[in-house]
Design a protein around this ligand. Structure first.
Ligand SMILES: *Cc1c(COP(=O)(O)O)cnc(C)c1O
Length: 350
């Protein structure tokens, strides 16, 4: 048993379930309910499988070029990875290397503490206020780095750019990572600030708004210096993180801006309607600017609702964690899926 004393032990992150049965309504992992852009399908059907014998481009040039064109950011200020999970994990490894604790909210993406544990990074959780808002002053204390999602997950709460800028400008000795996994659903990105602050890393993903979760594509924007350090760490870890289809299909997906805007708009419209329906059924929730709603019922517990929904084939996400055990995180699906959810709830709560 002696070797076990030296094992790097960690309690892993638990992703939302990917149920195998057909005919369920899957509202538990914030995937896009619509297919990827039509251009992705066209390119996929013309892809040359013979090329798969070759290694992919380690510099991900095609994908980075497409992102650069779309977001008007120079290529040397863009980093890509296998989903934003890979990008953020690489950023933790690269930038969070201090004895001081990194800071993130008590209610947030539950992968942050897992990466911190894995890399032995000290951390401190800063409690959100009673309305699930970030308390700015908490992030002005001495720290080894800062990360939070905006909009936050699983609450859906969006903070404004000026508050985030305040945090960045008061922390010139730390890297501040803003995880914008859900920014395309109505939020305002802090991306323009990367030219003003060389300690800001803005992370986004193709998994939610671009309907490409299965392709595993994430990206980040930052100063040249920040991106260089990220690449140095990445090329010391695994040169070929992103596979050939992801590089090509990701680029195709970014080029189809019209489809992207249309589907984001549809999701926001469905969200608006579902908020009204849930309210009239006795739910309350922070005003989500993401593709999910974090809702609690006035007299039924989170656990009971979660189980009843699951038994009816409707999967949502629930955490048995302090402050949020009565909430369900419900992803925005198609209108038809949401109608079935509402119909079930009406009947169940009667
Ligand atoms: C979904 C999500 C991610 C990770 O998404 P990838 O699929 O790895 O790109 C990162 N941060 C937050 C807050 C998320 O909700």
């Amino acid at each position: 048993m002696s070797w076990e004393a030296n094992v790097r032990k960690v309690v892993p992150y638990t992703p939302g379930e990917q149920p195998k049965e057909a005919n369920i309504i899957k509202l538990n992992t914030n995937e896009c309910p619509y297919p990827p852009a039509p251009e992705v399908r066209e390119l996929l059907s013309s892809m040359k499988y013979e090329n798969f014998r070759l290694y992919p481009d380690p510099c991900a040039t095609k994908l980075i070029d497409a992102i650069s064109d779309h977001y008007k950011v120079p290529c040397d200020q863009i980093f890509v990875g296998v989903g934003s999970d890979d990008v953020i994990s690489m950023a933790f490894l690269t930038f969070f290397n201090s004895d001081k604790p990194i800071l993130f909210p008590d209610i947030t993406y539950s992968f942050y503490d897992v990466w911190a544990d894995l890399y032995h990074i000290p951390y401190k959780r800063c409690p959100l206020d009673d309305n699930f808002r970030i308390v700015k002053e908490d992030y002005l204390e001495d720290n080894g780095g800062i990360i939070f999602p905006n909009p936050n997950a699983p609450t859906g709460v969006l903070e404004d750019v000026s508050m985030i800028e305040d945090i960045i400008s008061h922390n010139p000795d730390s890297v501040v990572i803003i995880d914008e996994a859900y920014i395309d659903f109505g939020g305002k990105s802090v991306l323009p600030l990367i030219d003003k602050y060389d300690n800001l890393l803005v992370v986004q993903t193709f998994s939610k708004s671009r309907a490409m979760a299965g392709m595993r594509i994430g990206f980040a924007f930052g100063s040249k210096k920040l991106i260089k350090y990220l690449n140095d760490a990445k090329f010391s870890f695994n040169s070929y993180t992103m596979n050939m289809p992801s590089l090509e299909l990701g680029a195709a997906s970014v080029r189809d801006d019209e489809y992207f805007k249309k589907t984001c708009h549809m999701i926001m419209e469905t969200r608006r309607r579902v908020k009204c329906e849930l309210k009239s059924l006795g739910f309350s929730f922070p005003d989500s600017q993401a593709n999910f709603i974090f809702a609690k019922h006035e007299n039924v517990s989170g656990q009971s609702l979660f189980c009843a929904l699951k038994a009816a084939g409707i999967y949502v996400r629930h955490w048995n964690a302090p402050r949020i055990e009565d909430y369900l995180r419900i992803s925005i699906g198609t209108d038809e899926q949401m109608d079935r959810l509402i119909a079930f709830l009406k009947d169940y709560l009667k």
